[in-house]
Design a protein around this ligand. Structure first.
Ligand SMILES: C[S@@+](CC[C@H](N)C(=O)[O-])C[C@H]1O[C@@H](n2cnc3c(N)ncnc32)[C@H](O)[C@@H]1O
Length: 233
C-alpha cells in the first residue's frame, strides 16, 4: 500500500488500495453491470447542473472521469479538473480524457476557497469517512452560488425499495462481481457501503447543515440510485 495522502486515515487508505486494484476492470464492469444506465444517470446530472462555457468544474471522486468526459463533450469551453485519491483510477481517467487532475483526499482538497463554479460527485460520497466533512470541503472550494450535483447509491428506505435493493445488490451484483471482477471482495464492499450510507433525506439534511441551500433530491432508480443537487450558500 502506498504512503497515506495528507488528511487520509487507515480506513481511507484501505478503500484507496481497493480502488487501485479494481481500476483496470472498472469501466467495463460498470457498463456491463448497469447496462449503461449509469451513463443515463450521469447525463441527467449534467442536464440539471447546466455547466456553461467559461465555468470551472470539479469532478470529485472522479475515478476514471466518466462525467468529466461527458461534460467536456457537451460543453465547449468548460474548464474541468478531476480529483480522486486512487492513482490507479485517476491515471486511467487522465489517459481517457486528457483533462487535468489532482490526486487528493476529498476531505483535504488542495484547492483555494471558492475555486469552482460547480462540482460533481458520482458514486463517491458513500466511500468517505464522513460525508458531512466531504460536503463541508465541497462548500469551501465552491464559490457562493456554485452548484453541486451528487449521484449516489443511497440507503434504501421503504420495504419496497429494500426488496429491489436485495434483489439487485445481494444476488445480482455479487454473482456478476464473482464472474467478471478480478477482486470480488470489491463488490461485496459496494453492497456494504450502500447499506451503511445515509438515506437520501438524511444526506440532504447534511448538505443544508454544511453550507448548501436549495437542496433538491430525486430517486432515479428505486432502491438504488438517487440524485441530489444544491447551491453553495
Ligand atoms: C465508485 S468510484 C466512482 C468513480 C466515478 N466518479 C464514477 O462515477 O464512475 C468511487 C471513487 O471515489 C474515490 N474515492 C473514495 N474515497 C475517496 C476519498 N476519500 N478521496 C478521494 N477520492 C475518493 C475512489 O478512489 C473511486 O475512484
Amino acid at each position: 500500500m502506498s504512503a497515506p495522502l495528507p488528511g487520509e486515515g487507515p480506513r481511507a487508505s484501505a478503500v484507496r488500495a481497493m480502488f487501485d486494484r479494481v481500476a483496470p476492470s472498472y469501466d467495463l464492469l460498470n457498463r456491463v453491470m448497469s447496462l449503461r444506465i449509469d451513463q443515463v444517470w450521469r447525463g441527467r446530472l449534467l442536464r440539471d447542473l447546466a455547466p456553461r462555457p467559461g465555468e470551472t468544474m470539479l469532478d470529485l471522486c472522479a475515478g476514471t472521469m466518466d462525467i468529466a468526459a461527458m461534460a467536456r463533450r457537451r460543453v465547449t469551453g468548460l474548464r474541468i479538473v478531476g480529483a480522486d485519491f486512487s492513482f490507479g483510477m485517476l491515471s486511467r481517467g487522465v489517459k481517457k480524457t486528457g483533462l487535468p487532475a489532482s490526486q487528493a483526499d476529498a476531505l483535504a482538497l488542495p484547492f483555494k476557497p471558492a475555486s469552482f463554479d460547480l462540482a460533481t460527485v458520482t458514486f463517491g460520497m458513500r466511500n468517505l469517512d464522513s460525508y458531512e466533512a466531504g460536503l463541508a470541503e465541497l462548500a469551501r472550494v465552491l464559490r457562493p452560488g456554485g452548484r453541486l450535483g451528487v449521484l449516489e447509491f443511497f440507503r434504501p428506505e421503504s420495504t419496497g425499495t429494500r426488496a429491489v435493493h436485495v434483489a439487485i445488490n445481494k444476488i445480482m451484483v455479487p454473482v456478476m462481481g464473482r464472474i467478471l471482477s478480478p477482486d470480488p471482495d470489491a463488490y461485496r464492499y459496494l453492497v456494504k457501503s450502500m447499506e451503511r450510507f445515509a438515506a437520501r433525506p438524511e444526506f440532504e439534511e447534511g448538505a443544508r447543515r454544511n453550507g448548501f441551500r436549495d437542496v433538491k433530491g430525486e430517486t432515479l432508480f428505486p432502491g438504488m440510485c438517487g440524485l441530489v443537487t444544491a447551491v453553495k450558500a
